[in-house]
Design a binder for this molecule. Structure first.
Ligand code: TYM
Length: 355
């Protein structure tokens, strides 16, 4: 059985040097409608979306096709999709600047994902650490969709020729794969520069928010302990209580960033403060260095409540008016389809499909 065509290694300066993408810049990102949207999703992703919308063409997707790679209650999925759209709006995305839509409303994602399933190699997907984490010990019982999740993610981005992808640190490996797929497609089908190699936008405070109960674990939607995360729907009392109960060590905060080494909980709380305040860790430590957590936690709680409680209230208000969210999602889907359809038509021609 042959793997052909394999990606030839381009010789430096030779004819096969990859041709750079010459199209316009476009930002794409997505969030899964799997419930329990939390502070990590906000700081690692959604907060960045809000900033980017002013400077770039942006698409912000609710990736419901990714969500069903693990079981979702069909009675709740559409409401969960509206909830992510509500979070985008409440966080400050203006739908006239950033297109907000549901992935399943644009069939071109699935069409391109199939072609990418035929471009990506088993070996590439076998290396994905998120599949290993999510599938757990019983890999045989994981859905096939969960295994090919990253090829759909590559299709999400590339069906819009997305050039920049704001995400948290946990998506880094998936984005490297998206770049590999784009490069291999361009080479295999002799379509130099057809797809851009999308750039991850990860750096900055908030790229990896950790559990409030264990500084070595990522804050996660699926952590059984609700005290481990601040949900975007938490009210002021819940936010303050969770920060008060957050795990810490016994030392005061250090004066410099070096002093955070080997202090995961301290590092996390300082990082969260920095991300919420739009400061660096060093600036936060210049203010709070030498103080104990008894003094720092109430300040962090005030900052978190000031930022998140109005957003939670806005999300609740929006969720009470699903028809308004549906209008945003419908017009976003139409705008997204307008961009994706010519791209998938070109892809079909390049691949050699009939018609
Ligand atoms: P999802 O829904 O798990 O998470 C949404 C976004 O939140 C970020 N994130 C975090 N950031 C910092 N600290 C944390 N503890 C934390 N937890 C989650 C994630 O990195 C992500 O940016 N595969 C994606 C969704 C997706 C996508 C895409 C993203 C599908 N297609 C195309 C970008 C482009 C995911 O599971 O996100």
């Amino acid at each position: 059985m042959t793997d052909a065509p394999t990606t030839p290694k381009p010789e430096k300066g030779g004819d096969s040097e990859p041709v750079p993408y010459a199209g316009p810049e476009r930002v794409f990102s997505g969030v899964q409608p799997t419930g329990n949207l939390h502070l990590g999703n906000y700081l690692g992703a959604i907060k960045k979306f809000v900033a980017l919308q002013h400077r770039h063409d942006c698409l912000f997707c609710v990736v419901d096709m990714h969500a069903v790679t693990v079981w979702q209650d069909p009675k709740r999925l559409a409401a969960q999709t509206r909830e992510i759209a509500a979070a985008y709006l409440a966080a400050g995305i203006d739908p006239s600047k950033g297109v907000i839509f549901a992935q399943s409303a644009v069939p071109a994602h699935a069409e391109l994902a199939w072609i990418f399933n035929c471009v990506a190699r088993m070996g590439w997907l076998n290396r994905m650490t998120q599949f290993k984490d999510k599938a757990g010990k019983d890999k045989e019982r994981a859905s096939v969709g969960l295994f090919v999740y990253p090829t759909l993610m590559a299709a999400d981005i590339l069906v819009y020729k997305g050039t920049h992808v704001p995400v948290g640190d946990d998506q880094k490996q998936h984005l490297e794969l998206a770049r590999d797929i784009a490069g291999k497609f361009n080479l295999d089908f002799a379509a130099p520069g057809f797809f851009p190699l999308p750039e991850p936008l990860i750096k900055g405070p908030g790229a990896r928010v950790m559990s409030l109960k264990d500084g070595s674990k990522k804050m996660s939607k699926s952590d059984p302990s609700d005290l481990s995360r601040i949900n975007l729907t938490d009210d002021a009392d819940a936010i303050a209580k969770k920060i008060k109960k957050a795990k810490t060590d016994a030392e005061p905060l250090p004066d410099s960033v070096d002093g955070l080494a080997n202090r995961p909980e301290a590092q996390n709380l300082v990082g969260v403060y920095a991300a919420l305040a739009g400061k660096t860790d060093a600036e936060v430590l210049a203010e709070f260095g030498g103080q104990g957590f008894g003094a720092f936690k109430p300040k962090l709680a005030d900052l978190a409540v000031d930022t998140l409680a109005p957003m939670a209230a806005d999300m609740r208000r929006l969720m009470d008016d699903p028809a308004e969210i549906d209008r945003v999602l419908a017009s976003g889907a139409a705008a997204a389809r307008d961009i994706a359809e010519p791209v998938i038509a070109d892809v079909k021609r390049i691949v050699g499909f009939w018609g």
